[in-house]
Design a protein around this ligand. Structure first.
Ligand SMILES: Cc1cc2nc3c(=O)[nH]c(=O)nc-3n(C[C@H](O)[C@H](O)[C@H](O)COP(=O)(O)OP(=O)(O)OC[C@H]3O[C@@H](n4cnc5c(N)ncnc54)[C@H](O)[C@@H]3O)c2cc1C
Length: 568
């Protein structure tokens, strides 16, 4: 406990301050990769709680500026980024290879591309310092993935080396220009036109209204070729280079940058394309479907970021509660504070388990497993929907735990809270993503795949028979409700259904994770998910919280699973 009355966690190692993380990574990463990454994670944890956090604060207070002309009067637009942001970029792209490690070997000394769980473990730590930059990093990674899947070999040969470069000066970053003034959620209303000139080049005309990382070297753009049908079926996908083959700037302008509530370190702008040259990617009639792959990858990354933001908020809140005194006691010993922190912890841990379940499913899906493809199709929007919403609340509650200082911009809380609110808006708002869960059930038969998966998790959990029955019954009710909600005319139930699926799946995942000695406490969290977020309960029943061993839970020490009380 510090002597000074205002505790300050600056310089903490955010990996070591989170004792539950490494045991989980041992479960989700291959043994050799875990051993290899362990020191890198520890180093990143130290950076995230120290240098990167400082840089993120500076970059947040010094947003990028659009310069229209050079000092000698040349009309060469460029975005001036604060040196703190550029240093963050170097760490993310060059030192940790976060955008490249799924696509090539040689990142962090590992010879082959790493599985999604490794990427998300590193991102989970990085985002605890800096959220804004994670968008361009994820778009670079996702654009590369989509280009590798659908792009012509000559496009790949031309751009893949720069997209996956670990040399910061050689690097080409990615972006995604989709949203228009009249076409946000309703992508089918896209008005940007594509036509072929006499040389056979595709030329784009139109206005894109929200473009993060607008000066990226490459962007994926949706446009409608002249004569194509209305709606999403008429959209084609194009790769838009910032600079043309002869070194001249492509024919589009950044009209202005947005003044944003959060992600202030990173530029988001408006783009006007005036005959910009672009390359068709894949099948002209399947542009939207191909773009969906990029969007889903970004949505998953958003879920990971929301999980990371919640952990940052929880780490700060636990530190303050353990070190700040009120009424002669540590905050963490005050009954109401215990409940407040426990709630934050349950939500945070749900998201973390969900991230690693989804990462595993994605890896199997990419290896050709059809059931895993249907699984990841539903896990991704579930995570994006619920974790991003939960992050708004958890980061707000953490702000309150710091008291008045939480509201002051010198601390990380305000920045983290502002950033957290964006997760529920971009890459699909909460409504749109909840409706996407319903679409996965209706059109892609994802519920049976999820059912088989949850049954497997509950088997793995090896619960006592009565507890097993409670978990199974909760899952079955959620699945039946979701099936009903996915039916015609029941759209209004989509969010309720998505929440119920998220809670019951994450409870099953937490229970499955609890079957080793150093992760036993996760069974307590699993029960708390069902108790507080799923099962009906009487709020006026006496002493609801008394049976929960909150002190032990908040100490984050290993717990013996066999000694845990039954909560449900
Ligand atoms: C900081 C920032 C950066 C961004 N960066 C990018 C980027 O790089 N590239 C890009 O393409 N886009 C980007 N976006 C755009 C973002 O993805 C869109 O703003 C978002 O998808 C919502 O679209 P919209 O703004 O047109 O809202 P609208 O689609 O008009 O939605 C308005 C409201 O209506 C609701 N709504 C819409 N349809 C339905 C429905 N069927 N049922 C119920 N409710 C519905 C929505 O949930 C929302 O609450 C960015 C946005 C922000 C804020």
């Amino acid at each position: 406990m510090s002597e000074h009355p205002i505790p300050d966690n600056a310089g903490a190692n955010l990996f070591l301050a989170d004792p539950g993380f490494d045991p989980l990574l041992r479960r989700y990463l291959p043994e050799a990769l875990h051993a290899h990454l362990r020191p890198h994670l520890e180093r990143l944890g130290a950076l995230a709680g120290g240098r990167l956090d400082e840089l993120a604060g500076t970059a947040d207070r010094n947003p990028p500026v659009l310069e229209q002309r050079s000092r000698s009067g040349l009309d060469r637009q460029r975005i001036l980024k604060h040196p703190a942001y550029v240093e963050l970029e170097r760490v993310a792209y060059a030192d940790y290879g976060l955008a490249a490690l799924s696509h090539r070997g040689g990142v962090l000394g590992w010879p082959t591309p790493m599985p999604p769980a490794a990427k998300y473990a590193l991102t989970y730590l990085f985002v605890q310092a800096e959220f804004g930059l994670c968008c361009p990093v994820s778009m670079t990674d996702s654009l590369t993935r989509t280009l590798r899947r659908y792009g012509a070999p000559e496009l790949l040969a031309r751009y893949l080396p720069a997209l996956t470069s670990l040399d910061f000066d050689e690097l080409c970053q990615g972006a995604m220009f989709m949203t228009e003034q009249g076409a946000g959620s309703d992508v089918g209303a896209t008005a940007t036109r594509a036509r072929q000139d006499e040389q056979g080049n595709w030329r784009l005309e139109g206005d894109k209204w929200f473009c993060s990382n607008p000066d990226a070297g490459l962007a994926m753009v949706l446009a409608r070729a002249d004569g194509a049908v209305a709606g999403t079926r008429g959209l084609s996908l194009f790769l838009l280079p910032r600079v043309l083959a002869d070194g001249s700037p492509n024919h589009y302008r950044i009209v202005r940058l947005k003044d944003k509530l959060g992600t202030r370190s990173m530029a988001s702008g408006e783009i006007r394309m005036e005959g910009a040259i672009a390359y068709l990617v894949g099948d002209p009639g399947r542009g939207f479907l191909q773009m969906t792959d990029m969007i889903n990858n970004s949505r998953l990354s958003n879920g990971v970021r929301a999980a990371g933001l919640m952990r940052r908020a929880l780490t700060e809140a636990l530190f303050i509660a353990r070190n700040r005194q009120a009424f002669g006691q540590r905050l963490v010993d005050l009954p109401l504070m215990k409940r407040q922190l426990a709630k934050m912890m349950v939500w945070t841990e749900q998201a973390r388990s969900f991230v690693f379940q989804t990462a595993g499913a994605l890896q199997r899906a990419d290896a050709g497993d059809e059931a895993a493809r249907r699984l990841v199709r539903i896990l991704t929007p579930l995570l994006k929907f619920r974790a991003c919403r939960d992050a708004r609340k958890v980061t707000g509650d953490a702000m309150e735990v710091r008291g008045g200082c939480g509201y002051i911009e010198e601390w990380s809380d305000a920045r983290v809270l502002r950033d957290a609110h964006l997760g529920s808006i971009w890459e699909g708002t909460s409504n749109i993503v909840a409706l996407d869960v319903m679409r996965a059930i209706r059109r892609e038969d994802s519920l049976p795949a999820l059912d088989a998966y949850v049954t497997g998790l509950l088997g793995e959990a090896q619960l006592a028979p009565e507890l097993q029955r409670t978990f199974s019954a909760a899952w079955r009710r959620a699945a039946e409700f979701a099936l009903h909600a996915a039916g015609r005319g029941n759209e209004m139930l989509a969010r309720q259904a998505a929440s119920a699926l998220y809670h019951t799946v994450s409870a099953a995942a937490l229970a499955a994770e609890s079957n080793t000695p150093d992760t036993g406490r996760r069974l307590l969290l699993a029960q708390m998910v069902l108790r507080h977020r799923v099962l009906p309960r009487d709020p006026l029943a006496e002493a609801q919280a008394d049976v929960e061993p909150l002190e032990a839970l908040l100490a984050e020490a290993p717990m013996d699973r066999s000694a845990l009380p039954r909560l449900i």
